[in-house]
Design a protein around this ligand. Structure first.
Ligand code: GN1
Ligand code: CA
Length: 127
């Protein structure tokens, strides 16, 4: 399908697309909004797996997800403030290293890590 070529993965009604470049969380959020999409919010194992397959194909490392604990430290939510319905934290995460990890990255193995929002990661948007 044209929407998925190149650099896209579809899962149910959702499409994840890679920008192919690295940005901070704040820059990536702006890029996705400008494109009419949003940051990725994998809400099931199937969605997380689709995102993982895209990350593996891109071969540019981890990407930021949409979720943060900006509002209440230690409690990660979607951008609208609702709590997570699905998570896939790596062992020992989230650990809020140095009290400065309020964003979430997804590794190429599909596992999640809380991470400083100013790090540069592969931009993937959800549509
Ligand atoms: C990284 O390398 P270390 O232990 O300082 C990472 C954390 C992870 C941790 C996992 C700034 O911290 O988010 O939880 O690895 N910190 C940064 O062992 O990348
Ligand atoms: Ca961490």
């Amino acid at each position: 399908k044209v929407e998925l070529f190149p650099n896209g993965r579809g899962v149910g009604q959702k499409v994840f697309k890679s920008g192919g470049f690295l940005k901070t969380f704040y820059e990536a959020r702006q890029v996705c909004a400008q494109a009419g999409g949003q940051m990725p919010s994998p809400r099931s194992a199937a969605e997380n797996h689709a995102l993982q397959l895209l990350l593996e194909a891109e071969n540019k490392g981890a990407a930021f997800l949409s979720m943060t604990d900006f509002k209440t430290k230690g409690r990660f939510t979607y951008p609208g403030g609702k709590p997570l319905v699905y998570s896939n934290w790596a062992p020992g995460e989230p650990n809020d290293e140095n009290g400065n990890e309020h964003c979430v990255e997804i590794f190429t193995n599909g596992k999640w890590n809380d991470k400083p929002c100013g790090a540069k990661r592969l931009v993937i948007c959800e549509f």
